[in-house]
Design a protein around this ligand. Sequence first.
Ligand code: SF4
Length: 334
Amino acid sequence: MHYVKTTNYDKFKCIADKCPETCCAGWQIVIDDESLKKYANMRGPFSGRLLNEVNFSEGCFKQYGKRCAMLNDDNLCDLITECGEDALCYTCAMYPRHVEEYEGVREYSLSLSCPEAARLILENKEKLEFIEWDDDEEDDFEDFDYLIYTKLEDARDVIYKIIQDRSLSFYRKADILMAFGLKLQEKIDNDEIFDMDDVIDEFAGDVTTLPGDDLWKKNEHITLLNKLEVLYGDWQGYIGKAYEMNEEPVLTEEEEIQAEQLLMFFFYVYFCGAVYDDMIKSKVLMSVMSVYWIFKIDRAMEKPDIIKTAYLYAREVEHSDLNLDDLEDMLKDL
Ligand code: SF4
């Protein structure tokens, strides 16, 4: 097995009661089968609470007012306090660590929806790097298209190079990435998989003179977010204000680097997922627009704070599988 992780991955440490949010509210926490069995058979004083607060038929913790039933008034987890960290289910033990799975490959990252992870991602001034290693583990995914996967990996390496070229502005990078994504999509749609190499070679060279594509930039696109399930009360108000501003945020030098880190985050986590659905265009649009929208929404905030806006956005849009799938479907038709 080949493993990849971002260099910030091991720097994460939960800030617990100092966290401005909690990871135990706003979304349903799915419990893996092994933990469900463990909770059902647990003995001791906490067992009754678990039997009451776990929804065994749906495989998740019950919620009260969108808060996990295990979360106490101090925003601490009673399951950890009473039974220790080993009692956590896979979702809780992992969060905010995230893994993307491909045949023979695991890619680890931190989730932008966690405020502390968002801080690590956005405060990094250096170009993001990756740590890679291998072991003897093997797996076999049914119907995994290894050929397309290798093309996507090659394309993503070129994408990283474009994103981390600090002589280019965010807007220019976004236009180039869009043009690149549309050309790759055309090759996939026409079943010209080997010709993807020509497109990759074209964008691996000097991109400064290549024509871009600004399909991602239209102001009204941000209203697509209103069609998604809202997880936090104020969210649609922020989108409305960002839409009304109807102007492009001008990015400072520091914000250009933050935009670079966000682009790296989205492309690293999502781009190669096109191996499962062939939706390169949607993944490029989602990645580029997400960064653009985060800056637009931040400008519309009473007190702009890009780290906060980024984790709020991630909680609303990117961390919800349902919302992410709906958004990608809508983007496919733009
Ligand atoms: S959101 Fe992140 S920092 Fe906050 S409690 Fe959860 S893991 Fe810790």
